[in-house]
Design a protein. Sequence first.
Length: 267
Amino acid sequence: MARPRGSDRVKPGRKAPNSPAVRTPGWNFERKARERGFRLIAGVDEAGRGALFGPVFAAAVILAEERPIRGLNDSKLLPAERREVLAGRIRERAVAWAVGAADAQEIDAINILEASKLAMWRAISQLQPQPDFLLIDFVQIETSIGQEGIVRGDGRSRSIAAASILAKVERDACLRHWDQVYPSFGFSSNKGYSAPRHADALREFGPTAQHRFSFQPVRDACPWMVWPGYRGLAQVDLFTSVGDNHPVVDSTVDECRPLGWGEAAYA
């Protein structure tokens, strides 16, 4: 017997049978913090940690539940156009928001994990009013402010999701600027990550002063330069500890200074 037309359609408000639930960030972590007496709760996240070029960005956002923003999610799951729209709404409706960055020279000096934390601290320090509690995606930073590091926090906390969107949007804008300076690398599309066009340009032209010499693919493209290594942990140790899929490099190299050492593009 033929199935009546439209019988396999799902009625509004109901999930399709056996379809996975779409999980979006909620307020659970923020509400638990409020139950503990905190009122100004900031979400914090970074963008660009695995890129080969340019600064790592971070954002800090204090949201108000009474001014909801629909559609917040991990920035990596949103198309660029949607991120731009949501970033505008976050700036309009948030209690406070701020963005910080750490440049490639700082990354090469103190490692990408510590530079990410530095960018986070720079964003947090600009918030007005200052937060009394922090929800941070995965890591914890050195500060007297109470905090909680949440694994995959950008997909579980609305405040962290908002921060991930702002950090991503601001960094993408920065890379579009650098694309005009170095058009051969395709930064407006690859955002400084190891895409084929970026890799080809590295091999043909070599790295720029804003490339991260502590990352192995950059050094492989510039064999006449030697990176001096970190002041502290080796990057292989850091990436093993945080479990991220970033380039693993060897920090046991002789002393020399990479191009552009000490030239700060962002403070």
